[in-house]
Design a protein around this ligand. Structure first.
Ligand code: C2E
Ligand code: MG
Ligand code: MG
Ligand code: MG
Length: 290
């Protein structure tokens, strides 16, 4: 193949890999600048109690506004993780979200806050202190904060990660397994992990009512969670029939576009302040939540 390209030209062994490395390096330095220039923002997606549609808390989701373009987390979380920037970025998100929610709570009710954490964040030697310091500095009580981690984090390198998460849990912080059902093996020792909440992955919820296996699996996870004394949150509720089935299964909590989309701090604050039922959200009066 090199010959076809003509003599004297250097063949790049795997051009796509090279391009990927370059892209990641560029993204890494872009991210660094973005953090320095405060191009990031935090949005909040409400989580509701399914039986009543009342908000129980909000999940903080990082947003990157690069000029006029909104870069989705899928495109910057993994590169940030690989370039080492996830630790400062995650700390920024945590502090921003804690400060915001602590402020809401001062003259409102005790809304909860969930923040996502990656493997690198938990592996950082400063992890436990950083979370404790963010709580201390913002005045958010530990019991108001839930850390969301994916199953792998509790399985890989489990000893150290579990010990660190347990240390925070001893302070009163809650722990959620995010994207539950997509990882591996944790089912077997779910009862032994220091976990309070499981968040059912949207891939299960997507099949509710249309796919028998996914419906059965969702029902099983809801029951398992209940039997283990865990709070179950169904993620990615988009259609009324999914909501109906989850209510029928007595799944305690849910989150998804049907209920409320992730929103900027301002609208999230007004929603939380009045603890509006989801059907009263502006422009969403047709929602079947009652
Ligand atoms: P996640 O923690 O599972 O967050 C839920 C994701 O599902 C969010 O995507 C949310 O916008 C989206 N979502 C909510 N309801 C629906 C729905 O009804 N349908 C569909 N199709 N999607 C829904 P987002 O904000 O794009 O974030 C994607 C992932 O990126 C998050 O998944 C989380 O793993 C990660 N992420 C986002 N922000 C942060 C952060 O600050 N730190 C860390 N470590 N990870 C983050
Ligand atoms: Mg999450
Ligand atoms: Mg999730
Ligand atoms: Mg996810």
């Amino acid at each position: 193949r090199a010959k076809e390209l003509g003599g004297g030209r250097v063949e790049v062994f795997a051009p796509h890999m090279h391009a990927d490395v370059v892209r990641r390096l560029e993204l890494g330095s872009d991210l660094q600048r973005a953090l320095a220039e405060e191009q990031f923002a935090v949005e909040f997606q409400p989580v509701v109690e399914l039986a009543t549609s009342r908000v129980t808390g909000v999940e903080a989701l990082a947003r990157w506004f690069r000029g006029s373009e909104a870069v989705p987390p899928e495109e910057f979380i993994a590169p940030a993780e690989e370039s080492g920037l996830m630790v400062p970025l995650g700390d920024w998100v945590l502090r921003k979200a804690c400060a915001e929610v602590a402020r809401w709570r001062r003259d409102s009710w005790d809304v909860g806050l969930s923040v996502n954490f990656t493997a690198r964040q938990i592996a950082a030697p400063t992890f436990v202190e950083a979370v404790a310091a963010a709580l201390d500095d913002t005045g958010l009580p530990p019991s108001a904060l839930t850390l969301e981690v994916r199953e792998e984090v509790l399985v890989e390198d489990a000893g150290q990660n579990v010990a660190r998460l347990s240390a925070l849990r001893d302070l009163g912080v809650r722990l959620a397994i995010d994207d539950f059902g997509t990882g591996y093996a944790s089912l077997a020792y779910l009862g032994q992990l220091p976990v309070d909440i499981i968040k059912i992955d949207p891939s299960f919820v997507a099949g509710l009512g249309s796919d028998e296996t996914l419906t059965l699996l969702t029902r099983t996870i809801v029951r398992l969670g209940r039997d283990l004394g865990l709070t179950v949150v169904a993620e990615g509720i988009e259609r009324p029939e999914q909501l109906e089935l989850l209510r029928e299964m007595e799944c305690p909590r849910g989150q998804g576009y049907l209920v409320a989309r992730p929103m900027a701090a301002g609208p999230a604050e007004s929603l939380v302040r009045t603890n509006l039922k989801a059907q009263e959200l502006p422009g969403r009066a047709d929602l079947p939540l009652r």
